[in-house]
Structures are given as structure tokens and as C-alpha cells.
Design a protein around this ligand. Structure first.
Ligand SMILES: Cc1cc2nc3c(=O)[nH]c(=O)nc-3n(C[C@H](O)[C@H](O)[C@H](O)COP(=O)(O)OP(=O)(O)OC[C@H]3O[C@@H](n4cnc5c(N)ncnc54)[C@H](O)[C@@H]3O)c2cc1C
Length: 457
């Protein structure tokens, strides 16, 4: 029987020196990414800070699209619970962002691509504790995800494609929770996960026979995703709740060890609202050095704050979330700086997507990219926002030549509505901040109407 436990905890990695070496000038060739438009490849030039105040960010949108976007904002002013129960929007209400057939999806995504934005498909399947479904459902989920990999790289809008993956769509959340508590005691050796992905029969200590069998099947499913996406699509694994994140991260690291030898195809997510997020990031960097794999990072603030806090309170644990938004911002900025410095020193090994709607974080990233001479569209540093959120930020960035991805839920309306409802609830803070986008849309609409009456453009 192969033992997968080692006598160290995950936390004992040494801290890394990630700053200090002189920045190196980067080009798209060195990054391994093809530029979006080679003739337009942009080298970094120190730029005036972006203000995201220009309504002409929406200049490529048609009049109808402006009116429709304002209509959506109007609907968003209704209480969230009405929207979620369908009393306002109904099933087709979200049809502005969802399409069910491939030609429909293709058309929407081509439009997005013509605006300079890249779609990042997210299969809207996830499970939390108590929602576990059977093995067949996980196999069906695998089929949907493999389809998503295919869609992501085989269309005219596919440029350096990325997609999101939730491990709890392929492995039961109960098992992830159990693995997380086992991993708190001892460190798991990634090689055993890799062997299991290669269909070797591995026995994971602490699991029952049926749990072990389910885990082996889950790892084989993840292996299929890795095999289908390597050299084609970057797979960004989502971070979820702290009670299962350790397992999700270790599984993701094992995928990185297997698939990221030459380039970062599998990425992990770091939630900066967590007090432990800096340690987790440094551990991952350390592991990528020790195990020789490339590291791709999705940096987020985190989406599950209310539930995490409620649960910690109920269980009498310390709150895992930073006490204030300011502390979360500090944590985000610090991790961002670590990654940008690391990228400037090792452009072949590290990549990041700055997944935020926060204008200050975006500006800070751009300033540091300029200082470190990291190219705008080389694919080492890109930006991510959710579909339908902060388009004024995404469009301005795209117009300035940065790589910008919009996270697009891709699936049937039935699967996608509950997913959107969860995202809407989790992103209340961002939804409350969309007033600026609405005002910019109004100003652009007004400018167009004035132009129509005065005969100018
Ligand atoms: C492409 C993409 C992928 C994503 N993937 C994931 C993922 O895998 N996992 C995940 O959890 N989230 C994910 N998110 C969601 C992301 O975490 C939310 O969009 C984000 O929390 C909102 O933060 P912001 O930086 O956009 O905006 P801001 O408005 O700057 O920040 C709001 C966030 O700050 C934090 N915060 C607010 N108040 C406080 C407080 N009092 N104390 C401490 N912290 C506070 C919370 O995280 C809150 O959501 C993803 C987002 C995008 C765009």
C-alpha cells in the first residue's frame, strides 16, 4: 500500500525571497503567449493613470446595447430576492447574457471579442455540503467540462483561451472537507495524486474504501480535463470555502505538477480576504520551485465572506477573514506585488490574472507593470471581470491594449440561473458599486442622442 502522508504540515515551507532582482524587459515571444494582434503589440510605456471616467469606453456598443444595458441596471434596482425568485426576470430574463445553443453562444462571444474582450467560460456547476450527487452526475459534469474545453479553443473568438473549473463539480464536497481536515495533520505527497491520475491504484490513508474509490474516480476526471486542455486552454481552478480549500489546492497543485512542466496550463486561485492568504501564496510559490512546475495565479478578494464569518461564529472559531476591507485591500496589494516582481524575474514560470472590479487595484497593477516593464498584452499579466459587471473598466483596459477576460457562465439556462443567483448574492458589494457604470452609460447615450440631433457623431 502506498502511503501518501508525509510528516510535515503544509505550512512549513520556508518563506521565499521574491523581490530584489533587477526587472527584466519582457516580450510576448518570451512569455510563450501569442499577442492578441501582433501588428499592435504594445510595449510598456509609462502612462497617465486610468480614471475610468470616459463614457466613450462604450463607443463600440450600439445604441440598442446601451439602452438594453441601462434596462438591466433598472431591473437590478429591484430587490435581489425578486430577481432570484424569477418574479421580475423570469427564465428568459438573463437571456442577454445566456445562450443555449452553440451558434447563439458563438455569436455573443464573437461580439465580445470584437470589443477586445476575451471570454473565459465557466461551467455553472458546483456543489456545497449536503448537495452531493451520484457518480453518474459527476461523469455528466465531466462531459460538460470537456465540451467547455473544446468550445474554448475551437472558435474564431478563441485567443489564448481560459476557462474556470470548480473541483466540487467532479469530486464530492464532503470528501473535499474530509481531505482538508486530514491534510491539516500531515502533508500529502503530490506524487501519489499524480499516480492516481495516471490510474494507479493508490490508497489514501484516512479514507474509507468507498471514499477512496470515489476520490480515484474524481482524480481521473480531473486528469481528463488536464489532458484535454494542455497546450490549448488555461484552466483556472476556483477557490471555494475554507472548510474545503486545502484539499482543492493540493489537488490543483498535483495537476500543476503533472501538466505545468513547460507552461502554466492549470492555475489556482488565492482569496486575499483570508488572513492566511499570503502564507498560502508563498507556500504555492515555494512548492512550484521545489516541484519544478509553472505557477498560474488567479488573484481575487473572495466571494464567500458572509457565510465564512457566520460559520466561524457558529463554531466558535476565529474569523478567517480580515477584519476590514482596508486589510483585505492591503493583503491584495501585497500579493499582487509579490507576483508581479516574480513574473518580471521569471516570466517563463509565473503568470497572473488580476480578477477584480476594483479600479484602484487595476491602476496599481498597471503602474507596477510599467515600472517592471511587463508588456500589456504578453499574457503574463491579465485582468478578469465578471460578465455584465464593470464593463467600463474592462472596455477601457481592452482599448489600452491589456488582456482582459470576462467570466461567462456557459451552460443551459436551468443550470446557470442558480449559479448566477449565487454570484449575485456573493457580489453584492460590487453590485452596489455599479452606479458609476450606469452613469457612464447614461452619459454615452446622451452624447449619441445629442449627436443624432445635431448631425455630428
Ligand atoms: C474572473 C473572476 C474569477 C473569480 N473567481 C473567484 C473564485 O474562484 N473564488 C472566489 O472566492 N471569488 C472569485 N471571484 C469573485 C471575487 O472574489 C469577487 O468578485 C470579489 O470578491 C469582489 O471583489 P473586487 O476586488 O472585485 O471588489 P471590491 O469592491 O474592491 O471588494 C469587495 C470585496 O472585498 C472584500 N471585503 C468587503 N468588505 C470587507 C470587510 N469588511 N472585511 C474584509 N473583506 C471585505 C470581500 O471579498 C468583497 O467581496 C472571481 C471574480 C472574477 C472577476
Amino acid at each position: 500500500m502506498a502511503s501518501v502522508l508525509m510528516p510535515h504540515t503544509l505550512r512549513c515551507f520556508l518563506s521565499l525571497r521574491v523581490m530584489g532582482a533587477p526587472p527584466r524587459k519582457l516580450t510576448s515571444e518570451r512569455s510563450g503567449f501569442a499577442p492578441i494582434r501582433s501588428q499592435n503589440f504594445r510595449f510598456p510605456v509609462p502612462s497617465a493613470p486610468l480614471t475610468f471616467e470616459d463614457p466613450q469606453a462604450f463607443r463600440e456598443k450600439s445604441l440598442w446595447e446601451l439602452v438594453r444595458a441601462l434596462g438591466v441596471f433598472r431591473l437590478c434596482s429591484f430587490p435581489l430576492s425578486c430577481l432570484l425568485h424569477g418574479t421580475v426576470l423570469g427564465k428568459r430574463g438573463f437571456s442577454m447574457v445566456l445562450r443555449e445553443t452553440e451558434p447563439e453562444i458563438d455569436k455573443s462571444l464573437r461580439k465580445m471579442s470584437s470589443l477586445g474582450l476575451r471570454p473565459m467560460l465557466a461551467v455553472p456547476i458546483e456543489e456545497d455540503l449536503g448537495e452531493s450527487t451520484g457518480e453518474q452526475r459527476y461523469d455528466d459534469n465531466l462531459a460538460s467540462m470537456l465540451e467547455c474545453v473544446r468550445m474554448s479553443h475551437s472558435n474564431s473568438w478563441s485567443k489564448d483561451p481560459m476557462m474556470q473549473l470548480k473541483i466540487t463539480a467532479l469530486v464530492s464536497p464532503e470528501l473535499c472537507v474530509k481531505l482538508t481536515s486530514l491534510m491539516k495533520e500531515q502533508k500529502y505527497d503530490l506524487n501519489f495524486f499524480v499516480k492516481a491520475m495516471d490510474k494507479e491504484v493508490v490508497t489514501f490513508p484516512g479514507l474509507s474504501e468507498s471514499e477512496n474509490a470515489h476520490f480515484l474516480r474524481g482524480l481521473c476526471r480531473l486528469n481528463q480535463i488536464g489532458q484535454a486542455s494542455i497546450n490549448k486552454v488555461r484552466v483556472l481552478v476556483d477557490a471555494e470555502y475554507t472548510y474545503m480549500n486545502t484539499a482543492l489546492s493540493v489537488i490543483t497543485m498535483a495537476m500543476m505538477k503533472k501538466f505545468n512542466q513547460e507552461d502554466a496550463w492549470i492555475w489556482n486561485t488565492y482569496q486575499c480576504y483570508l488572513k492566511e492568504s499570503r502564507d498560502l501564496l508563498l507556500n504555492a510559490i515555494r512548492l512550484s520551485v521545489d516541484e519544478s512546475f509553472c505557477l498560474g495565479i488567479k488573484l481575487v478578494r473572495g466571494a464567500y465572506m458572509d457565510k465564512e464569518r457566520k460559520l466561524a461564529g457558529k463554531e466558535g472559531r476565529d474569523d478567517p477573514i480580515h477584519q476590514s476591507w482596508a486589510q483585505t485591500n492591503e493583503s491584495y496589494n501585497g500579493s499582487l506585488e509579490i507576483m508581479l516582481n516574480l513574473i518580471s524575474q521569471n516570466p517563463d514560470r509565473y503568470k497572473i490574472i488580476v480578477a477584480t472590479h476594483n479600479e484602484e487595484s487595476v491602476r496599481r497593477t498597471i503602474t507596477q507593470m510599467d515600472e517592471l516593464q511587463i508588456s500589456r498584452d504578453g499574457g503574463l499579466v491579465c485582468f478578469g471581470q465578471l460578465l455584465g459587471m464593470c464593463d467600463h473598466v474592462s472596455l477601457t483596459l481592452a482599448q489600452q491594449g491589456f488582456s482582459v477576460y470576462k467570466s461567462v457562465p456557459y451552460g443551459s439556462v436551468d443550470d446557470t440561473l442558480p449559479y448566477l443567483a449565487r454570484r449575485a448574492q456573493e457580489n453584492r458589494a460590487v453590485l452596489q458599486g455599479i452606479r458609476k457604470e450606469r452613469d457612464l452609460l447614461r452619459r454615452e447615450l446622451w452624447r449619441r442622442l445629442q449627436g443624432k440631433f445635431s448631425g455630428s457623431k
